[in-house]
Ligand binder design. Sequence first.
Ligand code: ADP
Ligand code: MG
Length: 703
Amino acid sequence: MNLSDPIADHFRITERQKTALKKIGLKTIEDLLFYLPHRHESFSERKNIIDLTEGDKTTVFGRVVEIKKNRAMRRRLYYTEATIGDFTSTVKAIWFNQPYIEKILAKGDKVALTGKITHGKSGLYLSNPTYEKVNEYEDLGEGAALLAIYSETPGISSKWLRFAIQKSLKSIGKETLQDPIPVNVLEKYHLPSIYSSLIYIHTPQRLGDAEVARKRFAFEEIFFIQLARLKEREEFKKHHSFKISVGQKEMEAFLKIFPFELTPSQKKSVGQILEDFGKDEPMSRLLEGDVGSGKTAVAVAATFAAVQSGYQVAYMAPTEILANQHFKSFINYFSQLRLTTKIGLITSSGAFKYPSKVNPTQPTPISKSQLLKWVISGEIPILIGTHSLIQKNVKFKKLAFVIIDEQHRFGTRQRAKLVKDKSSAAPHLLSMTATPIPRTLALTIYSDLDLSLLDEMPSGRQKVITQIVHPDNRASTYEFIREKIKEGRQLFVICPRINEPDATKENALYAKAVKEEAKRLEAEIFPEFEVGILHGKMTPKEKDEALEDFRKNKTHILVATSVVEVGIDIPNATMIIIEGAERFGLAQLHQLRGRVIRGTHQPYCFVFTDSHSEKTHQRLHALEHAQNGFELAEYDLELRGTGELSGTKQWGVSDIGMEALKNIKMVEAAREESQKILARDPELNKYPLIAKRLEEQEKTHFE
Ligand code: ADP
Ligand code: MG
């Protein structure tokens, strides 16, 4: 048996299993060996059904007496309900939103269900238990006191996986599996070798074995992410870059244009950027600051330096609304300079240029091709835009500085495109984000970036008062808001997100919720005020008008979807209602709340929810206490672990890697070791296994 052999060469598999293996991405014996169990089960925890009590976390063995799919009244929610019986009694099991369970488990099957015993209207039940079909549960041992439980698909059970993996492990043997982590590193941190780890995790004798193996795999993942990023960084630094320098007097004069004094941390960040600009290697810097901390001003100041030195600047934002807003604030600032600076805007719906020939204080729409001509000739020094910026036909004469706003919204590849393909030398890069992420995660996924922190709010800001509003208090909350609007303030109302797999349908549903809520508010609650709407189905022009009306206080209330989540800056809007808050993640709620901490009036965030789930309330209450995003992020990691911060999709970190992020020591160790290796051997000549692994990693990354 070889690692690269197809699984089918060594195991008899049915057509159904073949499809299932393909679905979970298992092709070769190697894939099989690295398909890690998500937990282990000790069968001493087993309880007879009659002995179950509320709150137990346990495994129940029995036969399926009945199983059926149900649909909850009025809600579009499916659940599967089964009755499980052993020789002592029966108990119900309920799964929400997993309709396929009914296809996997059938009446008469012997099963092991593991989960929490919950008390419902009609007695005790197992809520969303994990399940495994067992054929001979009298004799589960297979020689092990613990069983590895894998995530299953129809056709591939944990039982089958255990069998196939054990057989492969035996046949492959220790020598075939080469460990990509250097021995001295393993020894230093007491981590088991790769072969031992596989044995430990698939067939542990004690829970401690499995834990130490998980620790190894977690370390491995974090270690290789950091190695990859650090290596990228080294490569990037090899490029030549543009020297940008601006006189201190000139810069000071420019900063006077802002209607406010920069905060000390804004000044410090500008200073760090200017210092990087003076070097011969390109900057790659992350500007991290909570919502409302004033990242735009830092970007504007840095842009001034680049333009003043005769170079071009590209500024990419994730949404048209945001690109538009930046275009306007750039015009606002740069129009105050003695010499006019030309600014372009490019989005998928069109192009603009400032200044207009006819009306020099205003921008004017122009054709994209005309705009691009001026960009390539160097005549337009500042180009702002959305993803449209990374299109092939956008070329610059001397692009020296790239800014990426809300950078977590873009894929690594999109970011790379803007930096790598547009210019002969590598431009300086400033990535900006408010994503409150825990330090361990930042150290890992951003290890290729230097960090500038905006860790204070501009002076005069007041803390948001956040309230979870009980349905009974809805009316009094509206009254409170009415008084504030009369005093001149404004209100955002965010309508709930509806989970809908089809994106176009989703937009339609958002739109509907927004329109209906706006109508209701206008007719029944706030007839004396103007209500505007904003959602994804509107045209860019409509969106822009809706925002402009709100900005000018022509509309007092803006009912919107979470499109307002990122970046929108309207200081007079000091109140936000979030409907259906349970549907948002904490980070997103914090972003939304960030919309109202931009002015000097007392801001309020009213969180409405119909959920009765204790967990939801616990989560939402975290918002009441935690004022800043970092606190929240740490809390979130603590509370939900791999939950909503996760993981694979957003950060390219697997669940097991996310676990590692709870452990700052491990993350720092991985960082230290990867730095050492690269310092000693930047080309990795002495570490062929590491080099190979990084290559593979990159391939899958860009797939
Ligand atoms: P974010 O960091 O979320 O992108 P913005 O750059 O949009 O925040 O800034 C939020 C608001 O704070 C804007 O209205 C901006 O004009 C204002 N602002 C930025 N810096 C300062 C400052 N030093 N003092 C007062 N207001 C500021
Ligand atoms: Mg912003």
